[in-house]
Design a protein around this ligand. Sequence first.
Ligand SMILES: NC(=O)c1ccc[n+]([C@@H]2O[C@H](COP(=O)([O-])OP(=O)(O)OC[C@H]3O[C@@H](n4cnc5c(N)ncnc54)[C@H](OP(=O)(O)O)[C@@H]3O)[C@@H](O)[C@H]2O)c1
Length: 149
Amino acid sequence: MKQETFTLITGASTGFGRSLALECARRGQNLVLVSLPCKELFFLAGFIRKNYAVTVFCFEKDLSVEKNCIELHEQIKRTGIAINILINNAGIGGTDYFEEKELSFYRRQLQVNVMAPTFITYLFLDDLKKNGPFFYSEHEQPNRFFLFT
Ligand SMILES: NC(=O)c1ccc[n+]([C@@H]2O[C@H](COP(=O)([O-])OP(=O)(O)OC[C@H]3O[C@@H](n4cnc5c(N)ncnc54)[C@H](OP(=O)(O)O)[C@@H]3O)[C@@H](O)[C@H]2O)c1
């Protein structure tokens, strides 16, 4: 029997991540939803379970912390979840002038927007290759992955 696969979406509690989760559920994709600890993630998971015939797991993780990215990967592997699509959506934006923010803000922003997607993509690469769809242009070799952030 073919193993069920899951789409992993980071930053799924609000905004684009939430919309992507709903769209993936509409397309029949099982989901692993990740965000900071918050009740919205569980409301969303409940709504999706009620309205779509898909399985949903939630993980509350602060992805600005490297060890949490590793923990996320370990917990998903331990649960036996096979990831076939990764959407690195979690991120911190901002509309303030550069000098208005503390350096600590930019450190956290870089950790969430740059380091976390890099780690998570690296950690799940074997699963994505194994369970893919994989995407490549006609000029590229199959099985090459692109890191979109
Ligand atoms: N909206 C725009 O115009 C725009 C433009 C360019 C790029 N983007 C990028 O597109 C992505 C989504 O944008 P959006 O407007 O939908 O953002 P959003 O509404 O602020 O949602 C961001 C998501 O990322 C999660 N997140 C933030 N910090 C996190 C952390 N440390 N660990 C885990 N999850 C974290 C949030 O979780 P919580 O809700 O739990 O905090 C939330 O689910 C972001 O990466 C953003 O930078 C957005």
